[in-house]
Design a protein around this ligand. Sequence first.
Ligand SMILES: [Zn+2]
Length: 435
Amino acid sequence: MKRSLLIATAIFTASITATLAAPKNIILLIGDGMGEAEIAVTRAYAFDGDAGLYVDEMKDRGSVIVKQLMVDDPTKIEFTGESASGGTTLSTGNRTSAGRVAVSAFDGNHYKTILEEVQERGYKTGLVTTSIITDATPASFAAHAQNRYCFVKGAKACSQFADTPIVDQMLDHNVDVMLGGGKNLLPGTAVQGGSVEQKAKGLGYTVVTEREDLIKLAVGTKTFGVFSNGHLPTEWVGPGGKGADFLEVNGNREVIFPKPAACEINPAHAGIPKLEEMSKYAIDNLRVGGHGFFLVIEGASIDKAAHVSNPCGTIGEMLAFDRTVKMAVDYAKELGDTAVIVTADHGQSTQVIYKPETYDGSPIRRDLIPGFYQSLLTRGGHELGVYYGTNNINDQSHTGVNVPVLTYGMDNAEDLTGVIQQTEIYPAMKKFLFN
Ligand SMILES: [Zn+2]
């Protein structure tokens, strides 16, 4: 054979090999509002600050700088994040402003998402969350909207920018598995008329609303599962069902510190599928056929519980998320060519403190402590103080702390180590999948 022919044959063989290489998989786990403080309070409560969290064992890790664009003037930066803008940055590599779902902050133009790109290449896709399925994080991968609250036809939010309702977009998007909250979406009206439930069924979805029905479903079923009205209830609640609150005072307005108490199981969570159960179903479903898959799993209420100053809510959801991360890594080990990427969209307002104190030793009066405090009794019997102080109306703000990025199984893991911008996660995922 002539040398040129040999080279041509070699090139042809190499390109065949490249074409036939099995597609890879990504499991992207997003802890909503999972800053280092939310991980720290969980580590302290459940393990007395020692080893025990799986996310602490992951060796490939970086620290992510979060910021977003201002709503009123997108040329200006806001040094915190939010779920729609953060979801957009993760799904498209672009920064946008709060409330915008995979669209530009400047002109509302759509940004193509990584989920859309993998679908074009024949991958299977899935979205699993503990929030309503149309909430900002899952929506950022399979919908485009200028107002994140345009969930369903008739919602007031839809009229602001004439967005197409997110539930219609997500169903039309042909995502293979969608699991979360949102039973109350089903009777809503679909854009083309009829109910959302009828539309889902018409598009070939099996609609499930009960945990027992989900775990019985055959793998390969195109599934739309919604297991509570709105967001799923958290696994845990605070002592006596209560979260952090104003401290009580004596007649001199001096603070009376409460006795530390343990978190409790939330009775409202009974019968609701756990995050790892939904995630297991999704992975078992998406792996069939070896098409390659892209799955987003969101622990949504790490954030939602912090908003209402409820540390036990955050801790229970963080532990559920952590168990799910471990399960995803176990799958990745079994499947091969599968990357697990764990990160957050933004940080939250949880602060681990001992007790509010004055360092000069003077008595603490109530007016010196404007926020909410709770004293928890850790599993090891230690006192753990948690404070929320971004406002005193029990609707805490996100904070601008860095969030972690932890990976397993990436052949380009170095792209996501050290201190990175949130915009760097999207290109790293594409490089892993497509290079
Ligand atoms: Zn939030």
